[in-house]
Design a protein around this ligand. Structure first.
Ligand code: C2E
Ligand code: MG
Ligand code: MG
Ligand code: MG
Length: 291
């Protein structure tokens, strides 16, 4: 009967809730120890400049392969890391690894900017972003070789202290990017006063522009306004040629997504960039065919 099947569904749902709660507790417990172990690594997802027809950056994305928990994705553990106060240690680990990889890429003659995702809590903590800038400089890297990605919601949460922290490093040449734009409730007018150079349109906004006229209009006008404010626009989550073509027509500057490249190891990134410089990269071909 209907009632019975509803009851069963409810039971399954309740069980699912319990299981996910249990996993969250296990993740919280493991995070404390895992930070000192060798269980994290970074993958890099290329960012492709439409105008320059080349990869002009890459975003570092953390991965956690745990012997006990299996693969844990950032969407699962970043929030828990924030709640348990471990996020700044994790961010420090990410930044240190990115700097190390950047130094090696440059030794190999590869010059691209690498973006790091920061938590809103990192940006609120006085001295944290200044520390990143100092570390980048002590490693002998140009200040703009590391870009900081901060989510829209994090920037609006405590705009004043976050703004002050970001302004200092931005004045010294570090680039700051607004991540996941379109998921919060801020307007470009509010974001205008922040020291940012780049706006990343969230995948949820981008992936329907070929179907929904309304979404297409929103993305088009957001790109136009961002350009008027002097911001470079990145579209994330580009999965189809149709969406790429629309974004190019809308003068979107940079695209990122599975259509062009999935997150990859630093070695694979280095190889891809070498192929690109020899004009044999599959990624350039994809873009030429579709855009
Ligand atoms: P994000 O910064 O917005 O990163 C984009 C996410 O979308 C990544 O997921 C990426 O793998 C995925 N993605 C890229 N292209 C496509 C596509 O074409 N289709 C689909 N379906 N997905 C695509 P990931 O790596 O699981 O990261 C999720 C989120 O976790 C990130 O969102 C970011 O907010 C956070 N995160 C990742 N690494 C770090 C980190 O090192 N530190 C901090 N604080 N947060 C991180
Ligand atoms: Mg990001
Ligand atoms: Mg994003
Ligand atoms: Mg996201």
């Amino acid at each position: 009967s209907l009632a019975r099947s509803q009851g069963q569904e409810f039971a399954v749902y309740a069980l699912g809730q319990d299981e996910s709660h249990l996993r969250q507790i296990r993740i919280a417990n493991r995070l404390q120890e895992a930070i000192g172990e060798d269980v994290f690594h970074l993958l890099y997802q290329p960012k492709f400049s439409i105008g320059e027809r080349r990869i002009n950056g890459a975003e570092a994305l953390i991965r956690w392969d745990d012997p006990e928990l299996g693969q844990v994705f950032p969407d699962e553990f970043i929030t828990i890391a924030e709640q348990t106060g471990i996020i700044s240690k994790l961010s420090e680990w990410v930044v240190a690894r990115v700097i190390e990889d950047q130094v090696n890429l440059r030794k190999a003659g590869i010059d691209i900017a690498i973006s790091v995702n920061l938590s809103g809590l990192d940006v609120l903590q006085d001295g944290f972003v200044d520390g990143i800038l100092e570390d980048v400089q002590s490693a002998g890297l140009p200040v703009d070789s590391v870009v900081l990605e901060v989510t829209e919601t994090a920037m609006m949460a405590d705009a004043d202290s976050a703004r002050r922290n970001m302004e200092r490093v931005e004045k010294l040449g570090m680039r700051i990017s607004i991540d996941d734009y379109g998921t919060g409730f801020s307007s470009l007018a509010q974001l205008r006063s922040l020291p940012v150079r780049e706006l990343k349109l969230d995948r949820s906004l981008v992936d329907t522009i070929d179907e929904e006229l309304g979404d297409r209009l929103i993305v088009r006008s957001t790109i136009d306004m961002a350009h008027h404010l002097g911001l470079e626009v990145v579209a994330e989550g580009v999965e189809t040629a149709a969406i790429l073509a629309l974004l190019r027509d809308m003068h979107c500057d940079v695209i990122q997504g599975y259509l062009l490249a999935k997150p990859m190891t630093v070695n694979a990134l280095g190889e891809l960039l070498e192929q690109e410089s020899r004009n044999t990269a599959h990624i350039t071909e994809t873009l030429d065919h579709h855009a």
